[in-house]
Write a protein that binds this ligand. Structure first.
Ligand SMILES: [Zn+2]
Length: 438
């Protein structure tokens, strides 16, 4: 009788324990008992080599041997930079890859990546086994911030290319030009020096190249730009699309909204659907190129309409000069005080002249056709000139006029069938810009 009672109690205790440990628990419930029963079952698996190649190296802040930036029980990860004159075979040799395997690799890389194209200064990652041989399992060469090449020794030797995921984030920058600081300075003060140049380039060349002469930007001019930044593994890699901008120059505001009228490219239109492109570029010199060369504090010397019938642009000798509109070259030779001079006839009405060139662009001669933005020559100081600069003249029926005061031929407006869609885009961007200003 006692024995039976004893067995019964054991059975009871066992079943109670059984039910206790197996009772279903709500995983969202965080009661103390639940934590106790589950605390040993959580295992974080280390990432595989392929996961690291794709997603980057986990940052776990553990101190390790020199060069090793991450390791698991199976492999260690080493990062380095290609030294000048260093070949892939040198690096792989250091990580115990045999000459036979390197030879096989060269064959496998054919048609995918030319090993001779490896560039010094580019980063690489090596995954080494943790056994006593410590042989490279994988070698990853970082071709650019987004593209990489994987040399894989794990099974059969293979070479493949990959691309990292680019994440875009939107950003808005606004500012007012201050005395002694140009547009470049104003933007780089807010975004940093790395991000400013590509944004200035898009503003000066793609958006406002036809409506604002950036060489004439002055204090109190102001701007606001809504754009996209690209990131790879939280590292900034460049700017993406510029969606909208508003620039106030000498009291006049020019709004720009990005809109795609066709599959191939996007254009910028003002709030009324006028294309911001026009028959004439505002300036024959690329402002973005010149201004960044001047450093971030100085404002490039501005082009001003002078009594001597032209506009002068100070720029270093050799700075490319663009024709402001398409047309036929009617003169490309020496011309007295003008020095080396190019004259372009655009139509019966308009002619432009470019003087003091150090040299002509090869192929530019009397009779050749040039398209808007084409380089026709380079800044110099030939003829009557006290220093390297471009003297630019604008003529209407052969008479000198101030190009900035011309009502130039309007550009093609938005297609009628796109009006509704454009208005939607414009209103959305306007709201974003206005909310930011508030
Ligand atoms: Zn001049």
């Amino acid at each position: 009788m006692r024995k039976i009672f004893f067995l019964a109690s054991i059975t009871f205790i066992v079943s109670v324990l059984f039910f206790y440990y197996n009772s279903p628990t709500d995983p969202t419930e965080n009661s103390i008992t639940d934590n106790k029963t589950h605390e040993d079952t959580i295992v974080i698996k280390p990432p595989t080599i392929d996961e690291i190649i794709k997603n980057g190296i986990p940052n776990d802040n553990t101190e390790r041997k020199e060069g090793v930036i991450f390791e698991t029980a199976d492999y260690s990860v080493i990062q380095g930079v290609i030294n000048p004159g260093e070949a892939i075979s040198h690096i792989l040799g250091k990580y115990n890859v045999s000459n036979t395997d390197i030879y096989k690799l060269e064959k496998a890389a054919k048609n995918i990546f030319d090993l001779r194209n490896i560039q010094s200064g580019k980063p690489y990652t090596v995954f080494c086994s943790k056994d006593s041989n410590s042989i490279a399992q994988c070698f990853v060469y970082q071709k650019s911030k987004t593209q990489y090449v994987v040399f894989d020794f794990r099974d059969s030797i293979s070479v493949s290319e990959g691309e990292k995921e680019v994440i875009t984030k939107t950003n808005i920058v606004m500012g007012t030009i201050s005395q002694g600081g140009g547009l470049w300075y104003s933007i780089s003060k807010q975004l940093g020096e790395e991000k400013a140049p590509p944004l200035v380039d898009v503003l000066a060349n793609n958006i406002y190249g036809w409506s604002i002469d950036f060489f004439q930007i002055q204090p109190k001019d102001s701007f606001i730009v809504f754009f996209e930044e690209k990131y790879v593994e939280n590292e900034y890699v460049g700017i993406g699309k510029v969606f909208a901008a508003s620039f106030t120059h000498k009291g006049k505001t020019t709004n720009a909204f990005r809109f795609k009228e066709n599959e191939k490219y996007a254009d910028y239109f003002d709030e009324n659907g006028n294309n911001l492109r026009s028959a004439f570029l505002k300036s024959p010199i690329d402002f973005a190129r010149v201004s960044s060369g001047f450093g971030n504090r100085k404002h490039p010397i501005s082009g001003k309409w002078k009594k001597h019938n032209g506009v002068d642009y100070a720029a270093r000798t050799g700075t490319p000069i663009m024709t402001t509109a398409s047309g036929t070259v009617t003169y490309a030779s020496r011309k007295g005080g003008y020095g080396n001079c190019v004259i372009v006839k655009h139509n019966e009405k308009y002619t432009t002249l470019y003087a003091h060139l150090s040299k002509f662009k090869s192929g530019v001669q009397k009779g050749s056709y040039v398209k808007q933005g084409d380089i026709i020559g380079y800044v110099g100081s030939t003829g009557y000139s006290t220093g390297p600069h471009l003297h630019y003249e604008f003529m209407l029926y052969g008479k000198h006029v101030d190009p900035y005061k011309q009502a130039l031929p309007p550009s093609l407006p938005l297609k009628k069938e796109n009006t509704e869609e454009f208005n939607k885009v414009r209103d959305e961007y306007t709201k974003i810009l206005q909310n930011f200003v508030k």
